[in-house]
Design a protein around this ligand. Structure first.
Ligand SMILES: Cc1cc2nc3c(=O)[nH]c(=O)nc-3n(C[C@H](O)[C@H](O)[C@H](O)COP(=O)(O)OP(=O)(O)OC[C@H]3O[C@@H](n4cnc5c(N)ncnc54)[C@H](O)[C@@H]3O)c2cc1C
Length: 371
């Protein structure tokens, strides 16, 4: 029996890929303590990008986005995948130099962008240079999530309960204890519990450094559609874009401690976001926020994800978590390569690169382009 803990996009994608390999309801138990997509998978900004600063993440994104586009054609619901670009509003000479360097790095992967005078974007109030990464884009997370759920709901055993601790003996996993007091027996356990993953690992004294960082995100009332790319400004620590319905959606950095907090939003941060977008975009002075919500970035020390297993863990224990704010776009591909590993013992090169052992082996990836 394979036990998957957490029904976010990664747990569901893994279940979907295992079912495709012929596994059945008797072979897979999916444990979720709240609801399908309770975590970050239903709380994100639904954007995809190739443009990271580490080669490991660029190489992962190249494969993962190719696979995301393929899945978009196969999944039950229309994922609304579209290429919109990411537009960085560059602040000052130092950031310009950094983007020159990044651009030549990205060119080596055929994903170079364009430096454009920001005046060319007539709706922007920003003097200076813009950098457009035209290859990046958007999708709708709910349609990916619920396509997976729709495909697997009658084919795996879904258990609504909290996994409180792992059971292991003689260096093998044996099952999971649930908060209801029940025990599930399993010889393979996969932790896909997002920001909560380390709570489960620590139940048997293991530590995977994944920390919750609360993020707020807002959506305005709809306007005509005029902002195509996702716009980012690192000095103001803001990102925003427009949905096809015309709402402006985005967030503003509000650096917080890594800790579990209530899923609330704060009026001060809403006002800061609203003022900042009004200072950057023409003609939106009267606009208001319609709603907002919060979720966790599942942060690791190098802002890169953790997948696979560690040789010093009990046999049969796997993880796929810690996506540090960019895990929705990677869920289809990660689910596939985790299923290849678990079902066929086929080890993609990425399993070693993003291994949890890297934190003890000084092989950090150091991603700094976290948006
Ligand atoms: C504001 C915001 C914006 C973002 N924008 C983007 C973006 O534009 N593009 C992008 O690619 N990514 C984005 N992300 C990141 C992305 O949403 C996450 O990386 C991704 O959804 C993680 O998926 P997951 O399946 O690993 O975790 P989650 O979706 O968090 O799923 C974990 C699941 O495990 C369950 N669980 C936890 N503990 C237990 C337990 N003990 N027992 C049983 N179940 C348990 C939870 O209830 C949850 O359903 C954003 C995130 C946020 C918060």
């Amino acid at each position: 029996m394979i036990i998957i803990i957490g029904a976010g996009s990664h747990g569901l994608s893994l279940a979907y890929h295992l079912i495709k390999k012929g596994y059945t309801k008797n072979d897979i138990a999916l444990v979720e303590w709240k609801r399908i997509g309770y975590g970050s998978s239903s709380r994100n900004a639904s954007r995809y990008r190739y443009h990271f600063n580490s080669k490991e993440n660029v190489e992962y994104a190249l494969e993962a986005i190719k696979y995301l586009k393929k899945q978009a054609k196969e999944l039950e619901y229309n994922t609304m995948l579209m290429r919109t670009g990411y537009l960085w509003l560059i602040d000052g000479e130092q950031e310009y130099k950094l983007f020159r360097k990044l651009d030549s790095f990205w060119r080596s992967y055929n994903i170079g962008g364009k430096f454009i005078d920001c005046e060319k974007y007539s709706y922007l109030k920003f003097d200076g240079n813009c950098y457009l990464a035209p290859q990046d884009g958007a999708f709708h997370h709910d349609y990916i999530l619920y396509s997976y759920y729709y495909s697997i709901k009658d084919k795996v055993s879904i258990i609504y309960d909290k996994a409180v601790s792992l059971i292991s003996s003689r260096n093998r996993v044996e099952g999971v204890k649930l908060s209801s007091g029940k025990e599930l027996q399993g010889d393979k356990i996969v932790i896909t519990a997002g920001a909560w993953s380390n709570e489960i690992m620590s139940s048997i004294g293991l530590n995977v450094p994944i920390f919750p960082e609360k993020k707020e995100i807002y959506i305005t009332e709809p306007l005509r559609y005029f902002i195509e790319p996702l716009i980012i400004n690192s000095k103001l620590q803001i990102y925003f874009s427009q949905t096809l319905k015309g709402e402006i959606i985005g967030g503003i950095e509000d650096k917080r401690e890594y800790k579990f907090e209530e899923f609330t939003i704060s009026i001060n941060t809403i006002i800061k976001f609203l003022k900042t977008i009004k200072n950057l975009v023409k003609g939106i002075d009267g606009i208001g926020i319609l709603r907002g919500w919060s979720g966790y970035y599942e942060m690791t020390p190098d802002s890169s994800h953790v997948m696979g297993y560690s040789d010093d863990w009990p046999e049969g224990l796997f993880i796929d978590a810690g996506y540090s704010g960019h895990g929705m776009m990677f869920a289809p591909y990660s689910g596939k390569i985790m299923a290849d590993l678990i079902a066929d013992s086929y080890k993609s090169k990425f399993i070693d690169i993003f291994s949890p052992s890297r934190f003890n082996m000084n092989r950090l990836i150091n991603e700094t382009l976290v948006i």
